[in-house]
Structure formats: C-alpha cells, structure tokens
Design a protein around this ligand. Structure first.
Ligand SMILES: Nc1ncnc2c1ncn2[C@@H]1O[C@H](COP(=O)(O)OP(=O)(O)OP(=O)(O)O)[C@@H](O)[C@H]1O
Ligand SMILES: [Mg+2]
Length: 316
C-alpha cells in the first residue's frame, strides 16, 4: 500500500477582490511508497503548499482523492502516524521551544517518560538545546524552523511531511536538516517534502515530482533522471600545437594548455587518440552532467512557452 496517494486532485480557491475562483490544483496524481524520500518541486505559486494541505485534510479537494496510509488525511488514525512541518508554522509565541515540543507530545498522548525523553533528544538533534527555554517569540526564522521540525517528529511518525524544511536555515542548519532526513530514511520513514533547493533535493530524494501550474509535469526517480546523462565532456591537453589537432576547435588556450568541449564519449575517444598521436598529453577529462536544476529549469521554461503558445492560439 502506498503511504501517500493523490488521484486526480483538483482544487480552486477564491482569488482577488471579486473572489473569483482560481484553479490552483488542476490535476495532481502521485503516489509515494514506504521508505521513499519524495521531493515535491515547483516554482512559487505552483500549488505545492495547497497540495500538502489537501493531503493533511486542511483543505478539501473539489474532486479527486487523497490518502495517507490508505485513509483520508483527516482521519485521526492517519494523523497519529504522521508528522507535519507547515510552511509558516504558527506556534503559541509565549511558550518556550521545549514547552511547545512537549505540548505536541501531549496531543499524541505519549507516556510522560517517552515524551520527555523524545522531546529532549529532538531538541538536541535540531541544535536547539541552548535556546529551548526561551519563548518562541524571541526565535529567528531558522530557530522556529528547527523547533518546528522537532515538533513534527515527536510522535516518531511513519510519514513526515515537510513544507520547505530548509527555508530560512543557514548552511549549517541546512546540513543538519539534511542529515535528519537521511536518518529518517535510514530508519525506513517515508518523507514527503517540498523544496526550491534543488541541490538538496538531488542528494536526498529517491524520486521527485515537478508541479507546474497545478499539474505534475515531470515525475521520475532521481537516479534515472541524472544517471549516465552526460551532456558534454570538458577535455584539456598540453604539449601539442593546435594545428596538430585538425577538426577540433579549442575553446581556450592558456600557457600551452588547450581546452576543448567534446560532445560525446565516442568523440572523446577519438580526441584522446588524436592528442596522443600528435605527441601531446591529456591533462584532464571531466563529464558535465545534467543536474536536477537543469531539468527543473528546462521543464518550467518548456511549460511556460507552451502556455504562451496556447494563449496566442486562443487570441488568434
Ligand atoms: N488561501 C488561499 N486563498 C486563495 N488563493 C490561494 C490561497 N493559498 C494559495 N493560493 C494561491 O494558490 C496558488 C498556489 O499557492 P501555493 O501556496 O500552493 O504554492 P506553492 O507551490 O506552495 O508556492 P511557494 O513555492 O511560493 O511556497 C497561488 O496562486 C496562490 O496565490
Ligand atoms: Mg509553498
């Protein structure tokens, strides 16, 4: 059974002064299997937060269905097995961080000893031990984010839903949150998180879905997406003069060193033979692979230009 399932979810929300409804989610279908780390990507306003709210039963889809562990997201039995970090956590500002995490432990009716132990372990884990006894209203954005994460994990959930978990964090904080996500993965916890930070998604996720204008426009395993897709090779040689390498146009020269960009592995073999045949020395060869960011930008640009095309057709 999938841990998360969206089937053709659509949702419109009132928009602007006249409260006309805007189609925020047009067709969202995805499923996440046990133990997967799934990155939910997409530009600002794509509908990521709205999708997560539908998943958690905070918004009701107009059509389609959403399930957590085979139950509706609003079902208390599903909620018990779930941890959630909202995009803009609103926590009672007069509570201290420790009191807040404790409060959530009480909501889950954890036995007192388990609650206190987990609370203090999690506060330590998110790097908030020094500040845990200050009121939340004195916290910076990153501190709130850290305490929010501790709160989301207090019930040792099977599924963790994180809306932009890295936002507002400094590089140390980002690394710490990444390590927490990797620990969760190692324990077999399923993680569903939205992010704009593609380099992080690339290193953390098993699969990613790209949401654009309320639709999933690309969904793939990260390995499949990135594996073996070398776009070109950067190749450097020296001890050879350019006229000994006819047919190869160097991009730059520096101190007798020649820099080339070679489009394929076969051409690279031929280039290496040519350099050696001319008595030269291959200094460096490095593949340039597509990154998740290349795919993201390519897919978003492709969608934007097809939208424009559709608009032009409509107005013609
Ligand atoms: N409560 C609301 N009422 C009306 N419109 C809303 C509401 N919440 C979101 N929207 C609209 O829905 C669209 C999607 O918003 P959403 O917050 O889901 O996007 P997102 O992908 O999470 O963006 P971001 O990356 O900026 O967090 C936006 O056009 C937004 O203006
Ligand atoms: Mg959002």
């Amino acid at each position: 059974m999938s841990v998360v399932r969206f089937e053709h979810v659509a949702k419109s929300l009132p928009h602007g002064f006249w409260l006309r409804r805007k189609d925020v989610l047009r067709d969202v279908s995805l499923s996440i299997e046990p133990g997967e780390v799934y990155g939910f990507l997409g530009p600002n306003g794509a509908g990521k937060t709205t999708s997560l709210k539908c998943l958690l039963g905070l918004l009701k889809p107009d059509s389609g269905s959403v399930e957590i562990l085979g139950r509706p997201g609003s079902d208390p039995a599903a909620r018990e097995r779930l941890g959630y970090l909202p995009e803009h956590p609103y926590f009672y500002p007069h509570l201290t961080g420790r009191e807040l995490v404790d409060y959530f432990g009480r909501l889950f009716s954890l036995p007192a000893d388990v609650r206190v132990r987990r609370r203090d372990e999690l506060i330590e884990r998110v790097g908030m031990s020094d500040r845990a006894d200050q009121p939340i209203k004195q916290y910076s954005k990153g501190m709130l984010q850290r305490i929010g994460l501790a709160q989301a994990l207090i019930n040792d959930p099977e599924l963790v839903v994180l809306d932009e978990p890295m936002s507002g964090l400094d590089p140390v904080g980002r690394r710490e949150v990444k390590d927490i996500i990797l620990d969760l993965k190692a324990k077999g916890t399923t993680v569903f998180f939205s992010s704009h930070i593609l380099a992080d998604a690339e290193t953390l996720c098993d699969r990613v879905g790209l949401l654009f204008d309320g639709r999933i426009v690309l969904e793939s395993g990260v390995d499949e997406l990135l594996e073996g897709r070398v776009e070109y090779w950067d190749a450097t040689c020296d001890d050879v003069s350019p006229d000994k390498l006819p047919g190869y146009q160097s991009r730059a020269t520096q101190g007798g060193r020649l820099y080339f960009r070679i489009p394929s592995a076969e051409q690279l073999d031929a280039w290496i033979d040519a350099v050696r045949g001319a008595g030269g020395r291959v200094v460096q060869v490095s593949p340039h692979r597509h990154t998740l960011e290349d795919y993201f930008i390519g897919a978003v640009r492709g969608e934007r230009s097809s939208d424009e095309g559709a608009e032009l057709e409509e107005s013609a």
